[in-house]
Design a protein around this ligand. Sequence first.
Ligand code: RP5
Length: 159
Amino acid sequence: MTAMKIGIVMGSASDWPVMKGSAEILDEFGVEYDKKVLSAHRTPHELEAWVSGAREAGYAAIIAAAGGAAHLAGVCAAFTTLPVIGVPIKARTLDGLDSLLSMVQMPSGIPVATVSIDGAKNAALLAVEIMAVTDKGLEEKMASFRKKQAEKVLASELN
Ligand code: RP5
């Protein structure tokens, strides 16, 4: 089956204000996605069911966002061989350092591609790049996105 969409999962609805950034990027690239709230500790069985079926459901990659003891992305990665991109959420305490470390320090064997704290946009850009490996149209859109971004930087005015 051709993978055609991205799965965005977050541990709590409180993560959505940050994770909107992923949705906005995927919208910009015209990439389909589903967004869900599922928690590794509050709804473990439902999370397992969803992520175990992710490849068959047509996902190309999973973006998993969580704060605190952010085990969500690692648990997702344990249940699928799809690429999992982790977004550590800046939690109410410790400035998100706990989220970052618990996500980025995955023991060897089960990788999570962790982006920066609250790095929802980069997570989506990485997901698009993964899809673009086999999608010429997306590759061209990414090249154009980069070109526009560079032009904007070069046109910067400092008043
Ligand atoms: C994690 O705990 C969530 O991903 C969220 O970032 C954090 C706090 O959740 P709430 O208490 O706001 O629901 O599971």
